[in-house]
Design a binder for this molecule. Structure first.
Ligand code: B16
Ligand code: MG
Length: 221
C-alpha cells in the first residue's frame, strides 16, 4: 500500500523545547538545593514529567513527601508554560515544514507521538496543529517511552499497521519505543547517541524527498 503512517515526536524533532525544560527544571532543582547541569537534562529527553522529577531527586539522593513532589511538578510546569506562551513559528526546527508539506502533498497520514502533556499548546503556538491527522501525547498514555504505547496508539488512530509506520525521534527512549513497536525508526540528532535507529540524520535538512518517496513506496533504501 502506498500509504504509510508518519509519526513525529515533538520536543527535539519539531521544536527545541528541551532548552525550556532545562531552565524550568534547573530553577526548581536549585530551589531545593540540588545542582542541575545540561548533561543531566540530556537524560530527561523523551522522559515524562513525573519520571524526570524522580530521576532528579534520585541523582541528588533526596527524598520529598508526596505533597512536595506534586508541588514541585506543578511549579516546574507553570514555569515551563511561561516559556511556551512566548513561542512562535520561528521556533519550528529547520526543514520540518518542508517535510510536513511534502507528506501532505503525497497524501500520507501524519501523527504526533509525544510524551508531553503540553503538546497541543505547543503545536498551537507554532501553528502546526492542522497538519496532524492524529495527536497522541502524555495525556493519552499510561506507559512512558521506551514503552511503545504512544506510537502504537498513533498508528491505531491513523488506521495504519505498525509495520507501515515511520517514527522520527530525537531520544534514545523514543527510538527504542519505535523499534519495539516494529516501526521504522529515524533518529534526528547525534549518530552515536541514536545508533539503535534504522536511519539517523542530523536534522531534517539532510532528509531528501527521494528518501521520503522510498519510505512511501517501500523501495530499498
Ligand atoms: P511535559 P517529547 C518530552 O517530549 C520531552 O522530551 C521531555 O523532556 C519532557 O519531560 C516530556 O515531554 C514531558 O513533557 O512536562 O510537557 O508533559 O520529546 O516526547 O515530545
Ligand atoms: Mg523528543
Amino acid at each position: 500500500m502506498n500509504k504509510k503512517g508518519f509519526i513525529f515526536d515533538l520536543d527535539g524533532v519539531i521544536v527545541d523545547t528541551a532548552k525550556y525544560h532545562y531552565l524550568a527544571w534547573k530553577k526548581i532543582a536549585n530551589e531545593i538545593g540540588i545542582d542541575f547541569q545540561k548533561e543531566q537534562n540530556e537524560h530527561l529527553k523523551g522522559v515524562s514529567r513525573i519520571e524526570s522529577l524522580k530521576k532528579i531527586l534520585k541523582w541528588a539522593e533526596k527524598e520529598v513527601s508526596e505533597k512536595e513532589f506534586n508541588t514541585l511538578l506543578n511549579k516546574k510546569n507553570e514555569d515551563y508554560l511561561t516559556y511556551i506562551s512566548k513561542m512562535n513559528v520561528s521556533e519550528i526546527l529547520p526543514d520540518v515544514n518542508r517535510i510536513l508539506s511534502y507528506l501532505i502533498q503525497k497524501k500520507q497520514p501524519i501523527a504526533l507521538g509525544s510524551a508531553s502533556k503540553n503538546s497541543r499548546k505547543i503545536l498551537e503556538k507554532v501553528q502546526l496543529t492542522k497538519k496532524f491527522d492524529a495527536i497522541i501525547d502524555g495525556n493519552n498514555v499510561t506507559k512512558a517511552k521506551p514503552n511503545p504505547e504512544v506510537f502504537l496508539k498513533a498508528a491505531e488512530q491513523l488506521n495504519i499497521a505498525p509495520k507501515d509506520c515511520i517514527v522520527f525521534e530525537d531520544s534514545i527512549a523514543g527510538i527504542q519505543a519505535a523499534n519495539k513497536a516494529n516501526m521504522i525508526s529515524i533518529g534526528i540528532g547525534d549518530k552515536k547517541t541514536l545508533q539503535e535507529a534504522n536511519y539517523i540524520f542530523k536534522d531534517f535538512t539532510e532528509i531528501s524527498e527521494d528518501f521520503i518517496n522510498k519510505l512511501i513506496y517501500n523501495n530499498s533504501l
